[in-house]
Ligand binder design. Structure first.
Ligand SMILES: Cc1cc2nc3c(=O)[nH]c(=O)nc-3n(C[C@H](O)[C@H](O)[C@H](O)COP(=O)(O)OP(=O)(O)OC[C@H]3O[C@@H](n4cnc5c(N)ncnc54)[C@H](O)[C@@H]3O)c2cc1C
Length: 414
């Protein structure tokens, strides 16, 4: 392999998640001496967790639609994902021997679905490239001259590589390693950080005890969720204290912002987006009046029992009993069911983090302008996106972009 960097260039990657590891791979391939440090006893813990319910690596929709998921998107993030788009991530995965497929929703998974076989192959490749792993190394200080101080089981150690990548993740699911603790470390260098918020988390709705006891854990099939002028199609699950799932995550940002502004958010659910209200109304009018209201509603709107229960619950919460003999009013309610959201789950239960290092304190190569030679990538940067593979895609893409920037930095003229 021809080295693309001066001989003996040493780099430290702090954070062994997808952003850090893909950068390690690119830098080792370029001829750098790469050390990966992580505070946890093993690497890629959140990546492994992401694979629990199926590792949704990326999405197969057209790139234009894909990029919209990051809106309002910074030019740096846009450029990084364009330079390392979903197809590049799929090829990389397949190059490690793990074929990928796109499900009916367009979400892309490795064939094995789990992350563990992929992570094993990846770490084997990195080992073969000479990458050195240093688990149980907790970064506690970073100096202006790129000196890093770690707490380790054997005491404090310091290193001063030629370039550094911080890929410390966001603040969600802190027990997996990323806890946002880096904010204090970077604040000492006056690095601008947008406040961390939960993203892709459950929302709180004050269900009645009756509904909660009977419906928590039940799924709500394909519906449309609206807030202001935003809308999303998808599924959700009823939880003890609200809702969670793809349809909610897709609108998480406007929901969070409305709560921040007004103390609550008003959601509107269309439980049968594929039926016109007149159709539901006419079918309801044709049902047998001797049957229970729930049974008539189930038949008329083709709703599953949890959705029927939600209609009754929403009527109760809204203090609105739609006359059971008014098919048009009932159909309108099924198509525009109001729900009041009182809050969101915290960072500890969120799938991802909004906020982070602001793009205006990075140069176009992902280097912190206040700390020359120190780069940042992954979820610790100030972007957010819904679930669907967009989180891993941006973590990988920014890792690749930062590695490219580091190679340029190592080649700079003195
Ligand atoms: C339950 C769950 C399911 C998910 N499913 C998906 C999915 O299917 N698709 C998808 O696209 N995304 C998914 N995600 C999100 C995705 O896993 C993250 O966006 C991604 O892992 C972020 O990568 P990263 O490398 O930036 O950070 P991380 O993967 O969080 O890695 C950061 C690393 O930095 C280390 N670290 C932090 N601070 C220090 C320090 N001071 N010193 C040393 N090391 C430190 C941590 O230990 C950690 O290993 C899921 C997340 C969760 C929680």
């Amino acid at each position: 392999m021809n080295a693309l960097v001066p001989e003996e260039s040493s780099v430290a990657i702090v954070g062994g998640g997808p952003a850090g590891l893909i950068a390690a791979e690119r830098l080792a391939e370029a001829g750098c001496k790469v050390s990966v440090y992580d505070r946890m006893p093993s690497l890629g813990r959140k990546f492994l967790m992401a694979g629990r319910g199926g590792l949704n690596l990326t999405h197969a929709e057209p790139l234009r639609d894909f990029l919209r998921r990051y809106e309002p998107v910074s030019p740096q993030l846009l450029a990084a994902v364009q330079a390392y788009p979903p197809d590049a991530l799929r090829s990389w995965c397949e190059g490690l021997g793990h074929m990928t497929f796109a499900g009916s929703s367009g979400r892309v998974f490795p064939r094995e679905m789990k992350a563990s076989p992929l992570l094993r192959s990846w770490l084997r490749r990195l080992g073969a490239l000479g990458v050195a792993f240093h688990p149980r190394h907790d970064l506690v200080r970073i100096d202006a001259n790129r000196a890093l101080t770690f707490e380790t089981p054997g005491g404090e150690i310091s290193v001063q590589p030629d370039a550094v990548l911080l890929a410390l993740g966001g603040g969600s699911w802190p027990r997996l390693g990323a806890d946002g603790g880096w904010q204090a470390m970077l604040a000492q260098h006056d690095i601008g950080i947008a406040r961390l918020h939960p993203a892709n988390a459950g929302i709180r709705i004050d269900w009645t005890a009756y509904f909660r006891e009977r419906q928590a854990g039940q799924p709500l099939k394909r519906m449309q969720v609206r807030i202001d002028n935003h809308e999303a199609l998808g599924e959700a699950v009823i939880t003890e204290n609200g809702l969670e799932g793809g349809a909610i995550y897709a609108l998480f940002r406007p929901i969070r912002e409305a709560i921040g502004k007004n103390g609550e958010a008003r959601l509107v659910l269309d439980l049968r987006p594929d039926f016109r209200p007149e159709f539901i109304a006419s079918r309801f009018a044709a049902t047998n009046r001797k049957e229970s209201f729930s049974s008539r509603l189930r038949k008329a709107a083709g709703l599953q029992p949890p959705a029927v229960a939600l209609v009754t619950e929403a009527m109760m919460l809204a203090g609105k009993l739609v006359p059971k003999d008014d098919p048009a009013a009932l159909a309108a309610f099924v198509k525009a069911l109001p729900l009041r959201v009182t809050g969101t789950a915290g960072l500890d239960r969120a799938i991802s983090t909004a906020g982070g290092i602001r793009f205006d304190v990075l140069d176009e190569n992902f280097m912190l302008t206040a700390l020359p030679g120190v780069f940042a990538a992954g979820e610790m940067l100030d972007w957010e996106a819904p679930t669907g593979g967009y989180l891993l895609q941006a973590s990988f893409a920014t890792g690749v972009a930062a590695a490219k920037g580091m190679i340029q930095f190592l080649n700079r003229k003195p």
